[in-house]
Write a protein that binds this ligand. Structure first.
Ligand code: HEM
Length: 216
């Protein structure tokens, strides 16, 4: 459904490209993280391993195949989202303005239960966490590329402290993405009315909503 086809009692919230990106990314991310954990288990950086039951691929070779296949899905999907996001003004309209003080102020409101949720406007905490996770995904892609091709990408490798440094950067960007996912899913559970718009595109109008989405 596009903006022009939305009935009068509904408000258009998420464009098609955002929804397609979001769900392909959620699938790609799940495959990347689960296969990545199996690859990690073959040569752990720390004193622990991930339980095999929550990993993908069955063994190192299988996990690497999943990781490389899902990598293309994730990177191409992200590239289209970033290009269309900038070209349509999506990032400017939805993710800005945002400042450290607005994040702190909205967090304080959220703790007191006084942060109203609007389907069409993200609060400062959402803006910061969405920008943050997109940067963490980009860092995971760049550091992963260094781990994959350390000779061809020597200059980048040096920036990350060599091959071992790039492995650490890759691990901690994964950890940041996992932390985001836990927070993100908790918030979706707390405000489940946000889920339908991310699937269908629209939300039922409430008294808090402006007449039309900010993207039009
Ligand atoms: C089953 C898993 C997931 C569910 C149910 C889910 C649900 C949602 C919902 C409902 C929104 C809209 C929030 C709102 O309008 O207030 C949203 C937005 C978003 N989610 Fe997720 N999400 C999932 C997984 C992920 C993952 C794995 C990532 C990235 C690692 C992610 C990144 C984002 C981003 C960046 C946005 C903002 C998109 C934009 O406006 O351009 N989500 N998600």
């Amino acid at each position: 459904m596009t903006a022009n086809q939305v009935p009068r009692d509904r408000v258009y919230v998420h464009r098609v490209f955002v929804r397609v990106f979001h769900w392909v990314n959620a699938l790609g991310m799940t495959l990347m993280i689960m296969s990545g954990w199996r690859i990690y288990n073959a040569s752990p950086l720390f004193e622990f391993k991930f339980p095999n039951e929550i990993t993908l691929g069955g063994w190192l070779g299988g996990a690497l195949q999943w990781h490389f296949a899902a990598m293309w899905l994730l990177v191409i999907n992200l590239l289209i989202y970033v290009i269309v996001g900038f070209a349509t003004g999506h990032f400017r309209k939805r993710f800005t303005p945002v400042s450290p003080s607005s994040v702190v102020a909205d967090m304080a409101k959220a703790v007191k239960g006084k942060l109203p949720h609007s389907a069409t406007t993200y609060n400062a905490v959402q803006k910061a966490s969405y920008i943050g996770v997109l940067l963490a995904i980009i860092l995971a892609i760049v550091s992963g590329s260094v781990v994959w091709k350390p000779v061809q990408l020597q200059e980048l490798a040096v920036l990350m402290g060599g091959y071992e440094g790039a492995r650490l950067v890759h691990f901690f960007s994964m950890a940041a993405i996992c932390a985001f996912i836990v927070l993100h899913l908790t918030l979706v559970l707390l405000v489940p009315s946000t889920l339908i718009p991310m699937i269908m595109g629209w939300a039922r109008k409430s008294k808090h909503e402006p007449e039309a989405s900010h993207e039009h």
